[in-house]
Design a protein around this ligand. Structure first.
Ligand SMILES: [Ca+2]
Length: 399
């Protein structure tokens, strides 16, 4: 008791404060509801503990942003401070848990950096061996770059003739086209190892949503699919997949910086010129897809074992998904996988009119394609930002 009067300011310890009326009552009553009269406020530097009527050092308590978390104030001794349970309001707790879950998922999605030391050592050895030889018509600018084959200028018939049994109605009719200058074009599609080296060196972050293999017949978009994880296993010699046109352009731009040579994607005309290699049949090996299982990886009988409703080539090419590049025989220009394995983006816009071009063209068919799509004249059109586990790259440059 004291003579300070009932209007003396309250000084309830902060961890016990609630509201003015409640605090006023609690200030003058103990925990059993018994009146304490008119206790004086705690002196400066102390507060009134409502439960014990004690005067405690005010500096021992401070209110945290969430919940009532009693922690020692700066400089206060830890000994003697009673432990208090930390309780977080439900909403805040749920947000914290959500943040932790998202952080864990982000960490899982962020794949470990590729260890390409073995791949690079092999490439360097192969590069040195290649330099020591006399590879006719081949160009290899750098161990990190794809090998190119130089093609001579020439003319050919682009598109499919009316008589081609499997042609689609909207396919361009055959017309003569001249390739006026020699062109060097990738001997193989860009491999996973080559693409990984690009990612590693450039720091490029693809934003492509990959439609990968999730066990269904069709390739489906899943947030966790990417060129690293298309839904099936790949070696560093398999063709890179889940590549959008923008990714392909980023790759050739990096390759140009890396080598000092003007890399680009082939034009549609250059691609078909290279794919036909002087032939006029639906495929460079002839008309019959069943005779191409040693020449191209497409949907075949082994795929039909898994996907019973697929239309397939009536033979076995040995690969359900992608196959390492160069697994099949080359065409007359010495180019591998021009048909099958992966679709290959080309430079051209799918529509005329200029300006920004959201629709781009790719050629060649893939491991996922029924044989009708694995022909020299077939065009596939898709959004420039789209990636499938069957979309890849073949590079070109002027020799
Ligand atoms: Ca196949």
């Amino acid at each position: 008791m004291c003579s300070c009067g009932i209007n003396a300011p309250l000084n309830v310890c902060p961890h016990q404060q609630r509201d003015a009326a409640f605090d006023a009552y609690r200030f003058r009553h103990n925990s059993k509801g018994q009146s304490l009269g008119h206790p004086c406020p705690a002196p400066a530097g102390k507060c009134h503990d409502r439960d014990t009527d004690a005067r405690l050092p005010d500096t021992r308590y401070r209110r945290e942003m969430v919940g009532m978390i009693r922690i020692p104030a700066k400089g206060a001794p830890a000994r003697g401070i009673p432990a208090m349970p930390v309780t977080l309001p439900g909403t805040v707790g749920a947000v914290v848990v959500l943040i932790l879950v998202l952080a864990a998922l982000a960490g899982w999605r962020r794949a470990e950096p590729e260890d390409l030391s073995g791949w690079r050592a092999e490439r360097l050895a192969a590069f040195q061996l290649w330099q020591a030889g006399d590879p006719a018509r081949e160009i290899w600018d750098h161990p990190d770059a794809p090998v190119l084959v130089a093609l001579p200028a020439g003319s050919f018939l682009q598109g499919s003739p009316d008589s081609e049994r499997e042609r689609f109605p909207d396919e361009p009719l055959q017309q003569p086209v001249s390739i006026r200058h020699p062109v060097a074009i990738g001997k193989y599609p860009v491999t996973r190892g080559e693409y990984a080296r690009f990612i590693q060196d450039s720091g490029y972050k693809p934003r492509t949503i990959c439609r990968g293999y999730a066990g269904e017949t069709d390739l489906l978009p899943r947030w966790h699919f990417s060129w690293r994880r298309p839904g099936f296993d790949q070696t560093n010699r398999d063709p890179a997949v889940c590549i959008s046109w923008y990714d392909a352009k980023a790759y050739v731009d990096w390759l140009s910086r890396r080598t000092g040579k003007p890399y680009r994607l082939p034009t549609e005309a250059e691609w078909e010129y290279a794919a036909r290699a002087g032939t006029r049949t639906a495929r460079w090996w002839g008309e019959d897809p069943a005779k191409g299982c040693d020449a191209a990886n497409s949907a075949d009988l082994s795929a039909k074992d898994r996907f019973t409703d697929w239309e397939v080539a009536n033979c076995r090419d040995g690969a359900l998904f992608t196959a390492p590049v160069g697994s099949y025989r080359p065409n007359g220009f010495g180019l591998y996988d021009m048909l099958g394995n992966v679709w290959q983006w080309v430079e051209d816009c799918a529509t005329d009119g200029g300006g920004e071009c959201p629709q781009r063209v790719m050629r060649g068919g893939s491991w996922h394609s029924n044989p009708r799509y694995v022909r020299s004249a077939v065009r596939r059109i898709d959004g420039a930002e789209i990636g499938y586990a069957a979309y890849g790259i073949r590079v070109a440059r002027d020799p």
